[in-house]
Ligand binder design. Sequence first.
Ligand code: GRF
Length: 191
Amino acid sequence: MSRVKAAVFASGAGSNFQAMLDESDLACEIVLLICDRPGAAVIERARKHQIPVYQFDPKQYATKEAYERELVTVLKKARVEWIFLAGYMRIVGSYLLHAYQGKIVNIHPSLLPDFPGKDAITQAFAAKVDKTGVTIHFIDEGIDTGPIIAQQTVDMYPDDTIRSLTKRIQQVEHKLYPKIIKQLVQNEGEL
Ligand code: GRF
């Protein structure tokens, strides 16, 4: 039986993408990387694993709907059922949201609703909280506002630097995201 197909949207280093590829029991097959940033390190990771990459430049389109229409065509052609965002720095618009309702998931490096948006780790660090963490959530039209699927706390220590905190958060991300992906796919979106 062929496995459920998924696409990852990423614009950066791709360490979460790599964690998904390294998970032997993800319950789905990553068949496509979608990337909006030329030269992003994540692209090289995909190539090493022979995963097709679809690159696009949003500036070449008149509207968000115009490029999302094209993305949906590409996704449907690849029979993608799930979309996992991992460092995709763009707000998903209503066209893509409706095409993949309840099937778009994001990972964010804070305990939402605290510290949404960019630089969540720096925000938490500056706020001197003693705990921050990782959130996995469904996407809606807001910035990091969709229904929460899972959260894991990460302690912050007095001698932490942004770098040490980032490392600890990423270690949690790389375990939590593959685990939640597997559960979601196996349970068809119910946890
Ligand atoms: C992760 O911290 C994720 O939570 C956030 O963007 C970062 C992506 O890192 N949304 P990477 O590209 O997976 O290394």
